[in-house]
Design a protein around this ligand. Sequence first.
Ligand code: FRU
Length: 474
Amino acid sequence: MNVLTRTWERLIAEKLEAYGKTEGQRWRPKLHIAPPVGWLNDPNGLCQYQGVYHVFYQFSPFDPKGGLKFWAHCTSRDLLHWRFEGAALAPDEAYDCHGVYSGSALVEDGQLSLYYTGNVKQTGDYDYIRTGRESNTVRAVSVDGVQFEGKRLLMSNKDYPEDLTCHVRDPKVWKQDGRYYMVQGARTAEDKGVVLLFESEDGEHWNCLHRLETKEPFGYMWECPDVFQVDGYTVLSISPQGVKADGLKYNNVYQSVTTFLDGDFREAVVREDFRELDAGFDFYAPQSFQAEDGRRIQIGWMGMPDVDAYYTNPSVEDGWQHTLTLPRELSVRDGVLCQKPVRELDDWWNFFIPFVNTYSGVLGDCFEVAASGTGGEFWLVLAGGLKLSWKEEEGIFWMSFTDQRLGAGRARRGRAVEKLTDLRIIVDVSCVEVFLNGGREVFSTRFYPDREEIGVELRASGFDGRICLHREGM
Ligand code: FRU
């Protein structure tokens, strides 16, 4: 541990201590990961190691509006309740001094490796796109899953293909058929988003094997790529920047989309039939991992970069900003990638209120509304100002804020939904996640109710279901 590491550790401890345990609780969710203080963005290093789930995330402890990036670390045994373990990786080497950027975990033979991008911005008159930025690929290793040591610089800009800008980052690593693979997101000199595929025999020495790209550009940069198998399909997940809105699609500043790769991923050409993973306001940079029981689980950042001109998160006043989504199980049904909250959530609810066609009541601040049916119309209002609605004749499911304060500037998002058969609406203090039709469509948003009791008004003839709650001592 060098003097910089020790200094960061002390400063973060002081910050946490000074911030105290009682502040900033107003909009703090119960089941979603949020930073104890400061800023959170992308989920990183997701894995299950020796039975314990590990989630790391991009963390700026000193400013709720962002800044120098560390990796914060959380652990859990049920994917719902998380223990903050501190900052696992700090910017404390010459090759990562301006940010320990996003990356992933590899679990193997009693050790946990973290791969990430060490960000360096050279001093000078640079644009930091084409010049002046180092994107270093770094690995750190842990045996106990808590202390990460022995950082090693594996690749720097000179090791990446020559026709790229300085934007190369977010290594996602996995092992397959006895070899190691890594994908990284990149921006070419021609401003085209691509994914670089590397391979390695030992996880240390890497060789760029292939480029996953579309024929025509789909945005100028692809961030946070992921390649994984679900139900016999090979999924490519990317977070592109620079995609234009197209009707109800791509309405956020940046996107997160998936497509299936045909044939061998080492040779595939990327088809352009992308699907957005989430139709809400707050979803970006998702990453997946395989749990020890075989499930493919994905977590996203329940936030978005560069949205300040459109909407905000008032928790900034309380010294912290952003959360991650709930972990979601992925599956492919009828050729569509579906997401649903991890099954641990089903076991967590232990108190149920059934309803038929309508429900009106004031609940606590953490609950689920689950409904299914064959009605032609669905209408639900949360906290008097967040409306979820669908009419069969229109064929669009809407998430609309009718109360601007509740949405802190968020207005309306929609998605074409021809038939609505089932919904799950999960409310956790300031987080709402909506899963439609077995998770074919998902909407995530933050919202800021001014009281802890959240009202639910539901009118949906032809739908019945239940409100699910957790009551202590049941
Ligand atoms: C995505 C991203 C990544 C980068 C990280 C920095 O939100 O821009 O590409 O590694 O955030 O925090």
